[in-house]
Design a protein around this ligand. Sequence first.
Ligand SMILES: [Zn+2]
Length: 111
Amino acid sequence: MTRSAAGTIGLPGRNVGAKSGLNRSILDAGWGVFLTILADKAESAGRELISVNPSGTSRTCARCGHRAKENRPTQAEFACTACGHTAHADVNAAINILRAGLALRAVVEAA
Ligand SMILES: [Zn+2]
């Protein structure tokens, strides 16, 4: 999340000043403070924040659940070697993270 916002010569970043300022703020404050601020912002916006373990979410197929590093032919591409599902890697991972959060919320509600 704190990767350089400047981009490359061939693909320059957008809103570089604002992003580098955010990066600096996150690195200065540390992740614990960042997550506290994020939780406060979510609450004030009437949103729910659920922390999930992101392990494997970028390698796991959102359609069939097959998990393998070979599912990621490039940084941006997701192509499941089991079922053939293809998507942008970030979209596929976001679906897995959403499901993990909803599963955790269901556990909390059932308790
Ligand atoms: Zn699959």
